[in-house]
Unconditional design. Structure first.
Lengths: 233, 469
C-alpha cells in the first residue's frame, strides 16, 4: 500500500508539494495527472526515499520511506520516463546485472522468461541495448522491477515518447501486474492512457491534489475537459 | 562491489574507442620497452666490447714505465642497469664514459644528450614518459565522467534502488579505473621481464616490485581524485578541467618550480668555480713532477732519513714514485673535500626536493621511479665513487711499482714488464644494492602512501553526501 500523509516539500522558495495526502491500495492503479512542476516527480521521489518531506510522511506498506529507505526500496519497482540501461550490455545482461545488484540470481532461461513476460521480443534479448528503441528499454526496465518481485510500482511518465503499440503493451502489462496484486502509482501527462489504465485518477496542481475521481466514472473527453479546466483556473 | 567492477570492465572491454586507445597504448608501451631494452643491451654490448678491447690493449703492454702507464690510463664505462629500460632517469645527461688516469679526476663524457640532433621537452618515446605522463591522462579521461554520467543518465537512481550503496558505486568506479592503469603497468613490466628473463635476479625483482608499488599508489591517487570530482560535480567538464589543471601543475609546473628553488636554496658551485677551487687547493700540495718543489724536498728529507742515506742516488728505491704517490694522495684529499661538499649539497637538494612530494605526489613518483630503476643521480654518484676508488688503487699500484719495482730515482727509462700490467685488476662495477640505498627513497614511498590515504578519505567523506537525484 502507498500512503502520503499531509506531506509538504519546498525547494528554496518553491513549494513543490503542499499538504498532500493520497493512498493507493493493493491491486490498485492510481494515475497522477498534472502539468510540469505540479509535484508529480517530487511525490515519487518522496516515496522512493530520495526526498524527505518537510512535514508529513510518505509510507510504503506502512514503512516510512525517509527512515526505512533501504527496506522500502527492496519492494519497490521504479520505472522512470527514460529507462537508462548500460548500452554495451544486451537486454538480458542488463536484466541479469540489475537482478544481481538486488541479490537475485536467475538462470538464463528464467531471465529470458522475464523479458518475454514483459513483452520484449525473444530476438531482441541478446542484442545490445544501444540498438533498442525507447519502448524496448521500458520493457527491460519493467522486467527489472518484475524480477525483483516488486509489490509496489512507481512510474514516472512511463509512456512518454512510446509509439502507440508500445504504449498499449505497457498498459496491458500494468493491468496484469495490478491483477496479480501489485500497487501502482503512475505519474503522467497522457490523459487517455491514464483513463484507460488507472482505477483512480488524481489531478495535481501546484503540489496539491485538486481533484480525485474513479477511472470508470469519466470518459476520456470528460477527463480532458476537467483537467484543462483545473489547469486554467 | 565486485559485481559493479566487473560491469565497469565489461564497458572497458567492449567499448571500441577504449579498445583502440588501449591497443595503441599497449603498442606504444611495447615498442618503448623493446626499444629501451634494445638500446640498453646494445649499449651494454658496445661497452663490453670496448672494455674488452681496452683491457686487451692494457694487457698487451710489453714493457712501459709505470708512471707513463698512469698517464696512458684507461677508460671505465658506466654499465646500464637492467631497469633503466623502464626509466632511464638522468642517464641520458650524465655521460657514460670516464677516463681514469694519474693526477686528475676526469668528468664523464659521451652523454646521450650530447649526441642528440634535437631536444624535445618530453624526449624520446620512453616507458617512463608513457607511464608517468600519458597513462595518468588516460586514467583521468576514463574517470572524469564515471559518476556524473550515472547521475545524469538516471542510472545512479536505478542502481541505488537495486540496493547498491552510493559509496560502493564510487569505490567500484575508482577501483575499475585504477585496475585499468595497473593492467597496463603490469603488461609493461611483464614485457620488460620477458625480454630480460635470464638476467632477472632477486635484486632486480625487488627493485621492480618497488617500482610497481610506486606507480600503483600514484595511479590510485589520480583515479580516486578524478572519481571524487566526478561524484561531487554533476558537470563532468568541471571535473575534467580540475583534473587536467592538477595534472599540468603536478607534472609540469611544480617539478620545475621546486627544482629551481631547491637549486637556489642549496647552491652548487659552477663547473668553473669547482675546477678553480680544486686547482687552487691542489697547487698547495706536492707537485709530483717538480723535483724542486719545496714540499717535495721535505718529503725527500724524510725518506732519506728513513733509509739512513744522504742522497737520492743512494736510495735502494725510486723516490720519484713516492713523490708521485704523495702528490696523488694530496690530490685525493682535495677531491674528497670538494666532491664531498658537492655530494652534501646534492644530498640536501634531494632531501628538500623530496619534501615537495607533500604537495605534489608526481615528484615522489619520479624520485621513486628513477631510484628503483637505479638511474637517478644518487646511483650515478655511487658509480663515480666506485670509479674514484678504483682509480686510486690503480694509480697507487703503478706508483708503487715505479717506487719499489727495482728502478732508481731519476731513472724514467725503467720499464715494468708485461706480467705486472696483466696483474693490474680491471674495473669491476658492483651494482648498488637496493637494501643499501632504500632509506633514501622511503620518504617518497611514505608520501605516496599518505596521498593514497588522502584520496581514499576524500572518497569516503565526499561521497557520503552524494546527491542521487
Amino acid at each position: 500500500m502507498i500512503q502520503i500523509q499531509n506531506a509538504s516539500k519546498s525547494f528554496k522558495n518553491t513549494r513543490a508539494v503542499q499538504n498532500l495526502s493520497l493512498q493507493v491500495d493493493k491491486g490498485e492503479i492510481l494515475g497522477l495527472l498534472g502539468a510540469n512542476g505540479a509535484g508529480k516527480s517530487t511525490c515519487i521521489h518522496m516515496l522512493l526515499g530520495f526526498i524527505k518531506p518537510d512535514s508529513g510522511s510518505a509510507l510504503i506498506n506502512g514503512l516510512d520511506t525517509s527512515q526505512k529507505a533501504r527496506e522500502v526500496r527492496k519492494i519497490i519497482g521504479y520505472i522512470p520516463e527514460n529507462v537508462n540501461l548500460y548500452p554495451f550490455l544486451s537486454g538480458i545482461e542488463n536484466l541479469d546485472y540489475f537482478c544481481r545488484l538486488a541479490g537475485l540470481k536467475y538462470s538464463k532461461i528464467a531471465l529470458h522468461d522475464l523479458l518475454g513476460a514483459c513483452g520484449l521480443q525473444p530476438e531482441a534479448h541478446d542484442k545490445k541495448v544501444s540498438a533498442y528503441s525507447k519502448g524496448m528499454r521500458q520493457k527491460v526496465g519493467i522486467a527489472i522491477a518484475y524480477a525483483k518481485k516488486a509489490r509496489v510500482y512507481l512510474l514516472d511518465e512511463p509512456a512518454s515518447g512510446l509509439d502507440p503499440l508500445a504504449s498499449s503493451e505497457l498498459s496491458s502489462l500494468l493491468k496484469t501486474l495490478a491483477a496479480e496484486g501489485a500497487t501502482i502509482l503512475m505519474a503522467s501527462h497522457d490523459i487517455f492512457r491514464v483513463r484507460e489504465v488507472c482505477h483512480r485518477i488524481g489531478i495535481l496542481k501546484q503540489g496539491q491534489l485538486v481533484k480525485e475521481l474513479r477511472g470508470e466514472e469519466v470518459s476520456a473527453n470528460e477527463l480532458e475537459r476537467l483537467y484543462l479546466e483545473f489547469m486554467k483556473n | 562491489m565486485w559485481l559493479m567492477i566487473k560491469n565497469e570492465w565489461q564497458f572497458l572491454l567492449r567499448s571500441r574507442v577504449l579498445q583502440g586507445i588501449s591497443l595503441a597504448f599497449l603498442l606504444a608501451l611495447g615498442v618503448s620497452v623493446y626499444l629501451g631494452n634494445l638500446q640498453t643491451n646494445s649499449q651494454a654490448e658496445q661497452y663490453a666490447a670496448a672494455k674488452e678491447h681496452l683491457r686487451a690493449q692494457w694487457e698487451s703492454i710489453d714493457a712501459m714505465n709505470p708512471h707513463g702507464a698512469a698517464h696512458y690510463g684507461t677508460y671505465v664505462f658506466k654499465p646500464s642497469n637492467l631497469l633503466s629500460s623502464l626509466d632511464e632517469g638522468v642517464r641520458s645527461v650524465t655521460g657514460n664514459v670516464l677516463r681514469v688516469e694519474g693526477h686528475v679526476q676526469n668528468e664523464m663524457v659521451h652523454s646521450e644528450a650530447s649526441q642528440m640532433q634535437s631536444v624535445s621537452k618530453f624526449g624520446k618515446l620512453k616507458s617512463s614518459l608513457l607511464l608517468q605522463y600519458i597513462l595518468p591522462l588516460v586514467l583521468v579521461f576514463l574517470a572524469f565522467h564515471s559518476v556524473s554520467k550515472e547521475k545524469q543518465s538516471g542510472r545512479l537512481k536505478s542502481l541505488v534502488l537495486q540496493g547498491a550503496k552510493p559509496s560502493s558505486i564510487v569505490w567500484a568506479k575508482t577501483i575499475s579505473v585504477w585496475l585499468y592503469g595497473l593492467v597496463l603497468l603490469s603488461l609493461t613490466v611483464l614485457t620488460y621481464a620477458l625480454f630480460n628473463l635470464p638476467s632477472i635476479s632477486a635484486e632486480i625483482t625487488s627493485r621492480t616490485l618497488l617500482f610497481y608499488l610506486s606507480y600503483a599508489l600514484y595511479y590510485f591517487i589520480l583515479s580516486g581524485l578524478t572519481v571524487f570530482f566526478s561524484a561531487r560535480w554533476q558537470n563532468p567538464t568541471v571535473a575534467l578541467t580540475a583534473m587536467l589543471g592538477i595534472w599540468i601543475v603536478w607534472t609540469i609546473f611544480l617539478p620545475n618550480i621546486f627544482m629551481t628553488s631547491v637549486e637556489k636554496w642549496h647552491e652548487l658551485p659552477s663547473r668553473e668555480e669547482f675546477k678553480t677551487a680544486m686547482r687552487e687547493d691542489r697547487s698547495k700540495g706536492i707537485d709530483g713532477h717538480n723535483p724542486a718543489d719545496a714540499r717535495g724536498k721535505e718529503l725527500e728529507d724524510q725518506i732519506l732519513k728513513e733509509y739512513g742515506v744522504d742522497s737520492l742516488s743512494q736510495l735502494p728505491i725510486n723516490f720519484d714514485g713516492i713523490r708521485m704517490q704523495a702528490d696523488e694522495e694530496y690530490g685525493n684529499k682535495v677531491w674528497d673535500k670538494h666532491f664531498g661538499h658537492l655530494r652534501n649539497v646534492l644530498a640536501r637538494q634531494k632531501q628538500s626536493y623530496q619534501m615537495a612530494g607533500i604537495i605534489d605526489p608526481f615528484i615522489s613518483l619520479q624520485n621513486a621511479s628513477m631510484g628503483f630503476s637505479g638511474s637517478d643521480n644518487l646511483h650515478h654518484q655511487e658509480f663515480l665513487l666506485q670509479v674514484e676508488s678504483y682509480r686510486r688503487d690503480f694509480i697507487k699500484m703503478l706508483n708503487d711499482k715505479h717506487a719499489y719495482g727495482g728502478s732508481k730515482t731519476g731513472d724514467w727509462s725503467w720499464k715494468a714488464d708485461n706480467a705486472f700490467f696483466k696483474s693490474v685488476p680491471d674495473f669491476a662495477y658492483q651494482p648498488t644494492a637496493m637494501a643499501s640505498v632504500f632509506p633514501n627513497y622511503l620518504a617518497d614511498l611514505i608520501l605516496l602512501a599518505c596521498w593514497t590515504v588522502f584520496a581514499a578519505v576524500l572518497l569516503v567523506w565526499g561521497t557520503k553526501r552524494i546527491q542521487v537525484i
